[in-house]
Design a protein around this ligand. Structure first.
Ligand SMILES: NC(=O)c1ccc[n+]([C@@H]2O[C@H](COP(=O)([O-])OP(=O)(O)OC[C@H]3O[C@@H](n4cnc5c(N)ncnc54)[C@H](OP(=O)(O)O)[C@@H]3O)[C@@H](O)[C@H]2O)c1
Length: 256
């Protein structure tokens, strides 16, 4: 039987490339993002290119009823979900005194509340069917609490901790959960956060296609956690061993 993956944040960047990873392996897709026009185009392109079935759900995932809305639509279409990819996300950068609180609360809603709730809903079905794989797109920021990026890195630290804990609970079931931690990646994300012209995004970026391929590999290999890319592994390792003050200064320089 053909399997189905639900992926959030598919209209650009890492999520867009992940769709091609699943589709090229003949997995049907449920795509969830805000832009209906982009979703419709994506559905047409993917169905034509790979001969798979693609459903779309256009919704703002920062809304408090986002999970209920998705579950209602999945139930109407009678889709069991075999793969859940929690990818949609964004950033709000700057000194905490001056950043937009509403954006930060939306970020907590999407990166923490929405993911926790959707995972709980879909996990029940996976456990009943004794099969499922969950992929959470965390960040190198999950390991490093960067100044001027504090709410974002805190939400990604939650996601990493949540994944590790749930992975332990899922041992000896047919369900796996994986967190991948990419570093700077050339997507719409830095532009939306106003950090596309920084040292980090000018010199230390990876291509989203490669990030998606490595993430898919980690998921299918049943890995619990994977830091994507050698530079990013070194970055996380240095954050463990170097003095915290130096790491704070370097982090600030990277996104100034
Ligand atoms: N790029 C990086 O440097 C980097 C590094 C580490 C981790 N990550 C993580 O990777 C994930 C994907 O980011 P990306 O770099 O691929 O960024 P991106 O190109 O900006 O893509 C973000 C996707 O999320 C969707 N999205 C954003 N807010 C949404 C909302 N409120 N409701 C529904 N969908 C929403 C966007 O679609 P619509 O606008 O159509 O809704 C888009 O499809 C994020 O979780 C991010 O934190 C990125």
């Amino acid at each position: 039987m053909t399997e189905t993956a639900l992926i959030t944040g598919t209209t650009s960047g890492i999520g867009y490339e992940l769709c091609h990873q699943f589709a090229s392996n003949k997995t049907n897709l449920v795509l969830v993002s805000r832009s209906e026009a982009k979703l419709l185009k994506q559905k047409q392109d993917l169905e034509k290119l790979y001969g798979i079935q693609v459903e779309i759900i256009s919704y703002d995932l920062t809304k408090s009823d986002a999970v209920e809305s998705i579950i209602r639509q999945l139930n109407e279409k009678k889709f069991p979900i075999d793969y859940l990819v929690n990818n949609a996300g964004f950033n709000e950068v700057g000194n905490f005194l001056h950043t937009e609180l509403d954006n930060e609360l939306d970020m907590i809603q999407l990166h923490v509340t929405f993911i926790t709730k959707l995972t709980k809903y879909l996990l029940h079905g996976m456990i009943e069917r004794n099969y499922g794989r969950i992929l959470n797109i965390a960040s190198t920021g999950s390991y490093i609490p960067c100044p001027h990026n504090i709410v974002y890195t805190a939400t990604k630290a939650y996601l990493l901790s949540f994944t590790k804990g749930l992975a332990a609970e899922l041992e000896n079931t047919g369900v796996t959960i994986t967190a991948v931690c990419p570093g700077a990646t050339k997507t719409n994300f830095p532009k939306r956060a106003g950090i596309d012209q920084t040292l980090l995004f000018n010199y230390f970026v990876m291509h989203p296609k490669l990030v998606a391929a490595k993430s898919y590999q980690a998921l299918m290999g049943g890995k619990k956690v994977k830091i994507i890319g050698l530079y990013n592994k070194l970055l996380v390792f240095s954050a463990w061993i170097l003095p915290k003050q130096l790491i704070n200064q370097l982090s600030l320089k990277m996104i100034e």
